[in-house]
Design a protein around this ligand. Structure first.
Ligand code: ZN
Length: 478
C-alpha cells in the first residue's frame, strides 16, 4: 500500500483527514494520525497485527488507547519517553487534559530544550481521574501527530512512597521526582535555641556523632563551615528526609532496569532551604553513592500557581547563586517548580545556572485551554466560572493560593468579549487554575469542553506556542 491508497482507505471510514506531519513507516506498516469532527484516531496499514481497531480496505482505525500507544512505541521508538541525561536545559510541561502535546512541541522548537511532556503528580492523576499509562499514551500520540523525533521524558512528579515510585516505573516514567515533605520535620525549623538544644540532645548519640564528625570544625566547600546550632537544626529537620531519599533511590536503582532521572524535591518544605541544609543533603546523598539529576530547593519568595513571582528579585538571585554553587560542587542541576508565569525570575535563572536547569510548568496548559473556551464558548466559560466560584473553598484545599476571591469580577456584568481578560486578573486566573479537577469531574462541563477543544485544537496549539514561547524567551535570554 502507498500513501495515496492509505488516504483513500482512511476516507472510506467517513470524513477523516490525515495529519500530514504524522505519516511514518516502519517495515511494512504505514501509520498516521487522523481526525474528523468528532474524534481522533490512529490509522495503520500493512503490518497492523499488534494494534486493535476497526479494519476496512486494508486500514485499521485504532482508538487512542494505552494498548495502541504501546504498539506505536514498539513500532516507532521515538514515541517512547526516555531519560534526559546529558541535556543541560530540560523543562517539565505537563498536560492535565491530554491534548497539549502538539502545541508544546511547536512551542519548544528552536530553543534547544529537552521537554518532559508527560509530567503528573499522584494528586493531579486523582483530580483528573487519569492513570500514568494514560498520561504517557497522550504524550506519545501527540509526539507522533507532530512527527517529533528529538525525544521527551515522562516525570512521575512529587511521588512520596516506594509504592508510588513502583507504579510510575511500571507505567514507563523516565523521571522520578521524590517529594520528601512527609519526612521533613518542619516544626524543628522554628525551634528557639532552647527547644533546639533539647530536641537535638534527644537524638541517638551515634547519629549526632555521625553528623558532628562530618560537618563540625571542618573546612567545607561553598558554605565554608557550620556551627553546632546550624547543624543541629539541619539534622532535626532533614535527617529523616535524607534517609527516605537514599532508600527510594536504591529502590529505583534496583527496580527500574533502565536510566531514570532522579530529582529530589524539598520545595514543599515550609521553610526556605538554607545553603547549609542544601549542602548537608547533597553531601549525604553523594556519600551514599547518589548523584541526582536535579534538586529542587525551596527558593526564597512566593511561587504560587499560575501567577507572577512575588518577592525580592535581588535576594532570589543571590540565594540562587549559592544553591547553584552547591549543585555544581555535587554535579547536578537545580530544578524550579511552579515555574508557570514566573517570568520575572527567568533571566536570573538563566544567567546564574548558565542554562543548565530544569524548570517545571503545568497549570498554564489548562489555563490556555480555558482561554479557548472563553473565546469560543462564552456560555460554557461563564458556567465554569460560576461553578469554580461556588466551589472555591473545596478547590483551595488542593492548592495554596492567596488571592482574594472578593476581587473576582462578577461575570454576569461582563460582556462575552471581556471573558478572556478574566484569565489575566490574578484572582480569577488562580480561581480557574485550582478548579480543573472539580470541573473535569462534572459531565455537564467535561463533554462540551472536550468537544470544543477538539474543534478548536489549532487555536489551542497557537495559544500554547504563544504562552510557553514567552516562558522560553525569558528562560534563554540574559
Ligand atoms: Zn514542587
Amino acid at each position: 500500500m502507498d500513501w495515496r491508497e492509505f488516504d483513500a482507505a482512511v476516507r472510506s471510514f467517513g470524513d477523516y483527514s490525515v495529519y500530514g506531519s504524522s505519516r511514518d513507516q516502519s517495515g511494512a506498516a504505514l501509520c498516521a494520525m487522523v481526525r474528523n469532527d468528532r474524534e481522533k484516531r490512529l490509522a495503520v496499514a500493512g503490518d497492523a497485527g499488534r494494534f486493535s481497531g476497526e479494519e476496512k480496505g486494508g486500514v485499521k482505525l485504532c482508538p487512542l488507547t494505552v494498548e495502541n500507544a504501546g504498539a506505536l512505541m514498539e513500532l516507532f521508538p521515538y514515541t517512547r519517553p526516555r531519560s534526559h541525561r546529558g541535556h543541560p536545559f530540560t523543562m517539565g510541561l505537563g498536560d492535565r487534559i491530554g491534548l497539549a502535546t502538539p502545541g508544546q512541541i511547536r512551542a519548544i522548537a528552536g530553543y534547544g530544550v529537552f521537554p518532559v511532556l508527560a509530567q503528573q503528580s499522584i494528586r493531579e492523576l486523582k483530580l483528573t481521574n487519569r492513570t500514568f499509562p494514560q498520561v504517557i499514551a497522550a504524550a506519545a500520540f501527540g509526539v507522533f501527530q507532530e512527527g517529533y523525533k528529538d525525544g521527551y521524558g515522562a516525570d512521575g512528579d512529587h511521588l512520596k512512597t516506594t509504592e508510588e515510585i513502583s507504579y510510575a516505573l511500571e507505567s514507563g516514567c523516565t523521571m522520578i521526582t521524590l517529594d520528601c515533605s512527609e519526612h521533613i520535620n518542619d516544626g524543628a525549623a522554628c525551634y528557639d535555641e532552647a527547644e533546639l538544644a533539647r530536641a537535638y540532645s534527644g537524638l541517638p548519640a551515634e547519629k549526632r556523632k555521625y553528623y558532628e564528625d562530618k560537618y563540625l570544625n571542618k573546612e567545607l566547600p561553598v558554605i565554608k563551615s557550620m556551627d553546632s546550632a546550624e547543624l543541629a537544626r539541619v539534622v532535626l529537620v532533614f535527617s529523616g528526609a535524607i534517609e527516605h531519599a537514599v532508600s527510594c533511590y536504591r529502590y529505583i536503582a534496583e527496580n527500574a532496569g533502565r536510566d531514570v532521572d532522579f530529582e529530589l524535591s524539598i520545595d514543599e518544605a515550609l521553610a526556605v532551604t538554607s545553603p547549609s541544609e542544601h549542602f548537608v543533603i547533597a553531601s549525604e546523598l553523594r556519600d551514599a553513592g547518589i548523584t541526582p539529576s536535579s534538586v529542587a530547593p525551596h527558593f526564597t519568595g512566593s511561587f504560587e500557581k499560575g501567577i507572577e513571582y512575588r518577592g525580592d528579585l535581588d535576594k532570589f538571585a543571590a540565594d540562587l547563586a549559592v544553591h547553584q554553587m552547591i549543585a555544581d560542587e555535587f554535579g547536578y542541576k537545580l530544578s524550579l517548580h511552579s515555574g508557570s508565569d514566573k517570568f520575572s525570575v527567568f533571566p536570573a535563572l538563566h544567567r546564574v545556572t548558565g542554562g543548565r536547569v530544569h524548570v517545571k510548568t503545568a497549570g498554564t496548559n489548562w489555563l490556555e485551554a480555558m482561554r479557548v473556551i472563553a473565546e469560543r464558548e462564552p456560555e460554557l466559560y461563564r458556567a465554569a466560572h460560576r461553578f469554580a466560584l461556588a466551589h472555591h473553598d473545596e478547590a483551595a484545599k488542593y492548592y495554596h493560593v492567596s488571592t482574594d476571591p472578593g476581587t473576582i469580577p462578577n461575570t454576569d456584568l461582563l460582556s462575552d468579549a471581556y471573558l478572556p481578560e478574566l484569565l489575566e486578573i490574578p484572582a480569577s486566573r488562580q480561581l480557574m487554575h485550582i478548579s480543573y479537577g472539580l470541573l473535569l469531574a462534572e459531565p455537564w462541563f467535561r463533554e462540551p469542553f472536550f468537544r470544543a477543544m477538539h474543534e478548536h485544537e489549532e487555536e489551542y496549539y497557537a495559544g500554547l506556542v504563544r504562552h510557553i514561547g514567552r516562558h522560553l524567551r525569558y528562560l534563554t535570554s540574559d
